[in-house]
Ligand binder design. Structure first.
Ligand SMILES: C[S@@+](CC[C@H](N)C(=O)[O-])C[C@H]1O[C@@H](n2cnc3c(N)ncnc32)[C@H](O)[C@@H]1O
Length: 280
């Protein structure tokens, strides 16, 4: 029988978050409290930890226990061609715009296990742009990144992949882009050459260059308004003038201090363009 953990006070949560920041450099104080608390409760149930104080004690002396907690707080849920109409929009509107640049830089922030970046590489390959493109795909979850780098996924996912791809108005099917072997799907190495998967924490790390396109989808929903503001400022400062930013369907720039620096290009799919004449 798994013990149900008792409800926890804001002080206990704060103490735990302080230990995580001070001892390990991972700052979760800007995460939205409701979902953070839910994840902490679930973690304590899974690992049979009776209280936040006990969890704090455990991670203070055990790096592996901290790694387990980190994994529980990340939600690395993603799919190839997730939200197919969004990928159709990318294919039809964004890719032709990217084609106007001699060299293209794209950043997927919060890429989880990598499927969004692999899907982008497929679109770029089909448009004949992959050779002049570099995709950066980042997350703080090292285990998810390892899956992303290996590019090996379960065959059970194939049906969803193919139907998402078809619903995004993709031609033919996805078969030319992976090898089906020993019960798994291995992404084509031609695509991999153009994707750099790297550890990057949106809370604490800085920008790493000027991008034409940034996608940060289904990540900001876990952040408080003030942390969203910090991250959106980081994206603004990481975009080339006229560069585009794509957020998730439940995310918006509307309340951010950088709102006036952007115009909405596609309000339904939360695609924004950085103004070309923003004063620096
Ligand atoms: C729900 S997934 C989104 C994956 C993908 N963007 C998509 O929409 O399919 C959210 C990801 O954000 C990552 N994440 C959360 N906080 C982060 C942070 N501070 N820095 C980098 N990645 C973060 C999580 O580890 C998780 O992999």
């Amino acid at each position: 029988m798994i013990p149900r953990s008792t409800s926890s006070s804001p002080e206990e949560v704060n103490n735990l978050l302080q230990t995580m920041t001070e001892q390990y450099g991972y700052d979760f104080t800007g995460y939205a409290p409701a979902s953070l608390n839910r994840r902490l409760q679930r973690h304590m149930e899974q690992f049979r930890i009776g209280s936040l104080a006990q969890l704090q004690d455990t991670i203070s002396s055990d790096d592996q226990a901290f790694a387990d907690l980190l994994r529980s707080l990340s939600v690395p849920v993603t799919e190839m061609f997730r939200d197919p109409p969004f990928f159709q929009y990318l294919r039809e509107q964004v890719i032709p715009w990217l084609a106007t640049f001699p060299f293209i830089r794209i950043w997927h922030a919060g890429c989880a296990t990598g499927e969004e970046a692999w899907s982008m590489a497929v679109l770029l390959h089909q448009a004949g742009l992959l050779d002049r493109c570099q995709i950066y795909a980042t997350d703080y979850n090292e285990e998810a990144l390892e899956t992303a780098r290996r590019g090996i996924y379960k065959t059970a996912l194939l049906k969803t992949w193919q139907s998402n791809y078809k619903d995004s108005a993709g031609e033919g099917d996805l078969s030319p882009y992976f090898l089906e072997r020993y019960g798994s799907l291995r992404m084509d190495r031609r695509l991999q050459k153009h994707i750099t998967f790297a550890n990057h924490n949106l809370v604490t790390d800085q920008s790493f260059g000027e991008m034409h396109l940034i996608l940060c989808r289904n990540v900001l929903i876990y952040f408080s308004r003030s942390l969203q503001d910090r991250v959106l400022t980081l994206f603004r400062d990481s975009l080339a003038p006229g560069g585009q930013l794509c957020l998730g369907p439940r995310e918006t720039l509307r309340f951010a201090s950088v709102f006036d620096d952007f115009e909405a290009v596609n309000p339904d799919w939360k695609v924004y363009r950085l103004s070309k004449d923003r004063l620096l």
